[in-house]
Design a protein around this ligand. Structure first.
Ligand SMILES: Nc1nc2c(c(=O)[nH]1)N[C@H]1C(S)=C(S)[C@@H](COP(=O)(O)OP(=O)(O)OC[C@H]3O[C@@H](n4cnc5c(N)ncnc54)[C@H](O)[C@@H]3O)O[C@H]1N2
Ligand code: MOO
Length: 601
């Protein structure tokens, strides 16, 4: 769908030396990726975008299914179709989902619709629309965060359904924990110093779950199990392996008792200290103590704590609903690229990624390059956030801008000074409803996801306050956005070339050289090979960063080499309600729309 703009080919050139400003605007990332990767055709070969990016694409397609975070959006691929099948609901078509439902040559089709009742102006007119200056990257993130007023209204969830959402209210303990003095060991509850006379008639002793036992007189012992209430009068618990029982003995006053058994501490063991192996009531918390603040992520551990503290339900911020619209006649949903067509890399990727960012994915739908189909899908969507892919530029079948104009949706962000991903956009569809337009190039789409969708979802899902000032010390006085992902500054293992004017987001590994961010190869805008092994995206401000310079790294939710995980979702067991795939098939198909067969994944 891209208006490729001929004659900009110098992908093998190093931007410092070769790339002029006008060409940088179009091809900086390709040129740079090749320069950094060493995977291009070398300086001075004069190869263009096509050559530069196809090198990476050809070698980089094999890792796409590797995340596996409950990916149910990609019913079309062999790798995931069997997993998705069990929880798919309402898949709208039985036809092959390989994407061949669109007419070949979208331009022809679209051209015929140029004066359709939709009222869309012809694409050639679109290009004459004024193109605003791109929004600086930090500002774009702030605009996205502030586009929504705050978290969605809270809901009350049964415990099990709350995981992955954040707490709308603090969790205040409903009880003391432990709620009674508890034996920490299997053994004997003892009263006072030994030896102790063991009550003969206690059977198996006091077990967990028994109600309050009878008081234990001084000089007596009684069998007790781990987790049982200790009787009043108990001064400590003697572990079973530390005590010796004999039929013959006497109390500490020397008194013998016929028929009694006696307990004493075994050899080489000290006396039972006061409180030994007793967990006193309220040791962990008192009723009313604040166990967790509002805004905390409900993790499996939080569920356990809440249950222990007496909760059956939690008040949480629900996941914002997202609908993904994948645009492009050229996209195949199964098999090998063929006949000039390519595999859809974004449909399988975005659902799980958005879920990891806190969203509930209602559907991932594939639409043909048809403005009416896009208009119908956007206006009919029930989602708080519609995410489109492709069609953001000004090519002949790039319908996102015209459709937004037709809807009358104001553009809050229309292009961002970031590479890759500069054509990304954010529009307000209506009260509480937004659209993020991701560029079609896959890494550019990732950039758009983290730049615009992530801050908006972060605020909507209650994962961060709308304005937490974060600033980055840097050579340029650019403030970081207020809602940066959980991120930390890391020194770079090597210099990264900067864009003259724009921020760069560069996939980095934090594992290769612990504590440092290593820029990865294969990071051209059309490539996912680099980001598929990345821990995060380094924020390289205009002008670049030298070896050892600290750069902010936006961490990816599944990075195993980083610490705070506030933005994590929970890829749960497949088939669990609420996970991305389970909701991915419910997209309401629009009657008569040219949506691809099987478009609702
Ligand atoms: N004349 C200009 N042309 C382009 C510019 C520009 O400034 N002037 N910007 C380029 C940049 S940068 C990007 S990024 C793209 C953005 O274009 P669109 O958002 O309209 O995306 P498409 O044209 O639909 O696709 C671009 C590219 O990505 C491939 N694609 C699309 N969807 C997918 C998908 N789901 N999976 C895999 N690949 C996908 C598509 O086939 C194209 O190759 O515009 C440039 N052009
Ligand atoms: O190259 Mo574009 O920057 O992929 O967004």
């Amino acid at each position: 769908m891209t208006d490729t703009g001929a004659g900009h080919g110098t992908a093998g050139h190093h931007p410092d030396h070769e790339v002029h400003v006008d060409r940088v605007d179009l091809e900086f990332d390709d040129a740079l990726a090749i320069a950094n990767d060493g995977s291009g055709t070398g300086n001075g070969t004069g190869t263009g975008n096509g050559t530069g990016t196809s090198t990476g694409n050809g070698t980089g397609t094999s890792t796409g299914n590797g995340i596996g975070t409950g990916n149910g959006t990609d019913t079309s691929t062999g790798a995931s179709s069997s997993r998705s099948a069990g929880r798919g609901r309402g898949v709208g078509s039985s036809r092959s989902a390989d994407g061949d439902g669109c007419p070949p040559g979208g331009e022809v089709d679209t051209g015929s619709r140029a004066n359709s009742p939709s009222g869309d102006p012809a694409p050639s007119d679109h290009r004459r629309h004024h193109r605003p200056a791109p929004t600086p990257w930090p500002e774009a993130r702030d605009v996205a965060a502030r586009a929504v007023g705050g978290p969605l209204p809270s809901v009350v969830r049964a415990l099990g359904a709350a995981v992955g959402e954040v707490l709308a209210e603090p969790v205040l303990a409903l009880t003391d924990l432990p709620s009674f003095d508890t034996s920490a060991m299997d053994g004997w509850a003892v009263a006072g110093p030994g030896p102790w006379r063991i009550a003969a008639d206690t059977g198996g002793g006091i077990l967990a779950g028994h109600n309050e036992p009878a008081p234990l007189p001084d000089g007596r012992a009684v069998r007790i199990a781990t987790g049982a209430r200790v009787p009043p009068g108990t001064t400590g618990v003697l572990r079973s392996e530390h005590g010796e029982v004999s039929e013959r003995g006497h109390g500490r006053d020397g008194a013998e008792a016929a028929g009694a058994a006696w307990l004493r501490v075994g050899p080489d063991r000290g006396p039972v200290a006061p409180g030994q192996d007793i967990r006193p009531r309220g040791q962990e918390c008192r009723s009313g103590d604040r166990l967790l603040p509002a805004g905390a992520l409900v993790t499996p551990a939080v569920l356990g704590l809440a249950a222990a503290a007496g909760f059956d339900e939690l008040s949480t911020v629900p996941r914002p609903r997202v609908e993904i619209l994948v645009l492009g006649d050229e996209l195949l949903r199964a098999g090998l690229p063929r006949d000039g067509r390519i595999r859809d890399a974004l449909g399988p990727m975005l659902g799980p990624w958005l879920y990891a960012l806190g969203a509930e994915v209602l559907a991932t739908r594939h639409l043909c390059d048809d403005p009416d189909a896009l208009h119908a899908a956007v206006t009919a969507s029930a989602a708080e956030l519609v995410v489109t892919t492709g069609g953001t530029a000004h090519g002949p079948v790039d319908h996102v801008h015209p459709v937004l104009r037709r809807i009358g949706a104001p553009l809050l962000v229309d292009g961002v000074a970031v590479r890759p991903g500069h054509p990304m956009l954010l529009a307000r569809l209506g009260p509480g409803r937004h659209l993020v337009g991701l560029p079609g190039n896959p890494l550019a789409a990732v950039s758009g996801l983290l730049t615009l969708a992530e801050p908006l979802l972060r605020v909507l899902s209650g994962r961060a306050p709308a304005a937490t000032a974060r600033r980055q010390r840097h050579r340029t006085p650019t403030a970081l956005p207020s809602t940066a992902l959980p991120s930390t500054a890391f020194p770079l293992t090597e210099a990264v070339q900067g864009h003259p004017y724009d921020t760069r987001l560069v996939p980095v590994s934090l594992a290769e050289d612990p504590g440092r961010a290593a820029p990865l190869r294969f990071t051209g805008p059309a490539m996912l090979r680099g980001v598929a092994t990345a821990d995060g995206l380094a924020v390289v401000l205009p002008g670049g960063a030298g070896r050892g310079d600290r750069v902010e790294v936006l961490r990816l939710p599944w990075s195993r080499t980083t610490l705070p995980v506030g933005a994590h979702g929970f890829p749960g067991p497949l088939g669990t309600p609420g996970l991305p795939g389970s909701t991915g098939s419910t997209g309401s198909r629009l009657p008569g729309s040219p949506e691809m067969p099987g478009g609702a994944l």
